[in-house]
Each structure stands twice: as C-alpha cells, then as structure tokens.
Design a protein around this ligand. Structure first.
Ligand code: PMP
Length: 283
C-alpha cells in the first residue's frame, strides 16, 4: 500500500506529493512544525502538541491556514488511510509560495503538509533495554530555539557528528559549558536520587514529552529539579535520559565514551518510562 499524505487540502499519494520551489519553507526555512506520536491508533499528548504549534505560529506571525479543529480531523484521517497502529505524524506549515524576497509576502496562503509513517514499539522497547550513546557538540543554534521552526541545520550537523562518532544523539553545550538539550530531544541526568533537567527558557525547546514526564513525576511524588548541568555533573551522574515524541523516555548509557553509572540501563529508567507511559493522554 502506498503512503498517503495531506498537502494543502488534498490527500495524495506520498510519491506524487510536491512542493513549489518558491515555497518559503524550502527557500528560507520560514515555517514551523510538530511531530506527534501515535500509539494504538491514538495521538499521544495531542493537546500539548497542537497548543505548541499555535504558539510557534504566533511567535513567527503566521496564521494557521486551517481552523484548529481541522488538525485532529486530518491527522486521524492519515492514521486511518495509512493503516497506522503505532507511528509518527509530521506536520509542517510554511509561509507559503511567493517570489523570493526576505520580507513577508502579502496575501499568501501558508502551505501545510502532513505525513504519516509507522514505527515499531518493539523496536523502541528493545532499544530501551540497551540504552543509547550521546556525543557532546557545540550548540550553534539561534536565540529562539523555544520556537519549533524549520530552521534545523545546526541540529542536523550535531546529529551527524554524533553518528560519525558511533553515537545516537548529540547533547549540545552552550558557551558557558552547560548542556542545553539534545539535537532533537530534551536531556536529563540523575545524580543519586535527584533528577535534573535544563530549565525551559528560550535556550531549549520545551518538549511535550518533557512536560508529560514532569507531570507524571509530580503525580508519583518523585522529585526533580530544573537546573542547568555541565560535563562535571554528567561525570558523577548515575543515570541519564533523553525525552522526545519519537523516543519517549530513552536511557543514555554513555556520554562522550564515558559510561554513565555502570554503563547499563539503570533502575530509574524503567520507573520514569512506566510513569510517563501511564500518564500520557491518548486522543
Ligand atoms: N528539543 C528539541 C531541539 C527537539 O527537536 C525536540 C523534538 N522535537 C525535543 C526537544 C523534544 O520535544 P517533544 O518532546 O515535544 O518531541
């Protein structure tokens, strides 16, 4: 079965879906996006993601091309049309097609693209039992990474560097030596029984998975603090994690080739993952 995507009001075979070469998403990365996980045909934390999409649109002065209720309608259609049980939905909105000029075009309708693909939860759980390796790289991004924009070259380069060093994710470090976040995830360490994650300022994307995990931890009365951490803190951490819509809660067992704890997935990893999975909202 060929994949079906949604492009500007039309459901179309994925291989036939095209964008105009004058699209400002293509020309300037002038747009925003969201990624939603799907578990058992339901959208994970839909409200958090859709509200963040509207915040991102607002921050770059872009109007949604469709009414808010239409998003869940189209996403559910794609889940059904692509026969997705577990999967990922990618949704992007750009400022639309206009002759190349930096300033905003007048009367241009934003472009919207939504795609869907299946993922295997078995693959996730087997990756979880091994944990992942992280490479520390410089954070080369702009000053508004709290907005989920299409401008992703720095994280692309960071992730590539991680992969070239046999790692799965990059943790980006700022000019003061603090870890901001992963190239496409939020970063966490555990020192003794103190769980630490970087505060949600303009220097990180406030992950929806991060917020859900925090809510889950509060419910379970597990303590955590929002505090910046550096390489020295990582050295004494007994466990570490990343969170994202695509990785859920994923343990980190090595950072820059140094083992975290004994280099194996620790006992808190399961506690946090289970707390998160229990607390997610499925819509
Ligand atoms: N930080 C960055 C830079 C990301 O790209 C992502 C994934 N989009 C996250 C954090 C995690 O966010 P979420 O949990 O909403 O997927």
């Amino acid at each position: 079965m060929s994949a079906i995507s949604y492009v500007n009001g039309v459901y179309i075979d994925h291989q036939d879906a095209m964008v105009n070469i004058e699209d400002r998403g293509y020309q300037f990365a002038d747009g925003v996006y969201e990624v939603f996980a799907v578990i058992k045909k339901k959208i994970v934390d839909y409200d958090g993601h859709i509200n963040r999409l509207y915040r991102s649109l607002n921050e770059i002065s872009l109007k949604s091309p469709i009414v808010k209720d239409a998003y869940i309608f189209h996403i559910r259609n794609l889940i059904r049309k692509n026969n997705i049980k577990d999967g990922l939905i990618y949704l992007q909105i750009s400022r639309g097609v206009a002759q190349r000029d930096f300033k905003f075009p007048k009367n241009t309708k934003p472009s919207i693209v939504i795609t869907a693909k299946s993922i295997s939860m078995d693959d996730y759980y087997s990756k979880f039992t091994k944990g992942i390796k992280v490479k520390i790289t410089d954070d080369l991004r702009w000053k508004r990474v709290d907005i989920k924009t299409l401008n992703l070259l720095p994280p692309v380069l960071a992730k590539q560097k991680a992969v070239e060093n046999g790692c799965d994710e990059a943790w980006m470090i700022d000019s003061e030596g603090y870890i901001t976040e992963g190239s496409s995830s939020n970063a966490w360490i555990l020192i003794k029984d103190k769980l630490i994650t970087t505060p949600a300022t303009n220097s990180i994307l406030k992950g929806i998975t991060r917020t859900s995990l925090i809510n889950a931890l509060k419910k379970k009365k597990i303590k955590f603090i929002e505090k910046r951490f550096n390489k020295k803190d990582i050295k004494i951490a007994n466990e570490a994690f990343i969170t994202s819509a695509t990785q859920f809660v994923m343990p980190v067992v090595k950072v820059d080739n140094a083992k975290i704890g004994d280099g194996k997935v620790g006992k808190y990893a399961n506690i946090f993952k289970d707390a998160y999975m229990e607390a997610i909202q499925l819509k």
